[in-house]
Design a protein around this ligand. Structure first.
Ligand code: HPA
Length: 277
């Protein structure tokens, strides 16, 4: 663990967080208000937390909110850092290490994304089953010794995915499932890139999630990711994405996502068969 993560942990504890935090959520563009439902929230601006990002993008709040939701101690990161902000694919390393130090074992990432699947309409959500890291910007490049050889075979935890799918029934929302392909941004893709993404097997494209999943797997966190589909990819089904549309559609979809995440917390974990990694 690095010094920033330990220093951030001290700040968080000094603000009154003494319980183990079990589940953490990273909230993407337009989704930040999901943290409003947290009971007895302790809210800490990222600016007070060493190693947390300085946010530059509208639609991202820059606060850590910790409290109770559905009888679970949870943390919401309202806003994330993206590779395209400073060219650092490790930008989320310290915040994720801080969450691990708080005791978090389960990480649910959310982000807006463009659909590249003609059956997945804007406004719907997609559970990420797997990803394509097209950029060659793996955040573990340069990590000393053997620490970078992290298995990505089950990067998206199958048990968490099943629990989310059971929660869908309770929440009354639609959750597609598919492959997310990471583009560095900040430009949206060209129509030719979207065509390529479809040929390679992507159901959605976006500018986040992937480096966080890789960093979280290295910390042995169990990960799930939900993409809020805000548009069709550029040139596909007349898709022509822009940032304000992305924010607007994500904010509308946040209602369903909120229901899903609460239902997820109410849905019991399957019994564990085998050894815990
Ligand atoms: N491409 C990349 N990222 C996105 C998109 C998109 O079309 N929509 C929302 N985030």
């Amino acid at each position: 663990m690095n010094n920033d993560a330990e220093a951030a942990l001290e700040v968080i504890q000094s603000r009154g967080v003494l319980d183990q935090v079990e589940v953490a959520f990273v909230l993407g563009t337009g989704l930040g208000n999901m943290a409003e439902a947290v009971e007895n929230p302790i809210t800490i601006p990222y600016a007070d937390l060493p190693g947390f990002p300085k946010l530059t993008i509208s639609g991202h709040d820059g606060r850590l909110v910790i409290g109770k939701l559905e009888d679970t101690t949870v943390a919401f990161m309202q806003g994330r850092s993206h590779y395209y902000e400073n060219g650092d694919s490790r930008a989320m390393a310290s915040p994720l290490e801080t969450l691990a130090l708080l005791g978090v074992h389960t990480l649910i990432l959310t982000a807006s994304a463009g659909s590249t699947n003609s059956s997945f309409y804007p406004g719907a959500m997609m559970l990420v089953s797997d990803h394509i890291d097209f950029n060659g910007l793996n955040p573990l490049i340069g990590v000393a010794s053997d620490g970078g050889f992290v298995s990505m075979t089950e990067a998206y935890d199958p048990r968490l995915a099943r629990r989310l799918k059971r929660a869908v029934l309770r929440a009354g929302v639609t959750l597609h499932e598919g492959v997310y392909m990471w583009f560095a941004g900040p430009t949206f893709e060209t129509p030719a890139e979207i065509k390529m993404a479809r040929m390679l097997g992507a159901d959605a494209v976006g500018m986040s999630i992937v480096p966080e999943v890789i960093l979280a797997k290295r910390l042995a966190l169990r990960v799930a990711a939900i993409a809020m589909l805000t548009n069709f990819g550029a040139g596909f089904q007349s898709g022509n994405p822009n940032h304000s549309q992305t924010r607007e559609v994500a904010a509308q979809g946040a209602i369903g996502l909120k229901r899903l995440l609460r239902a997820f917390l109410r849905t019991k974990e399957e019994a564990w068969i085998g050894t815990k990694e």
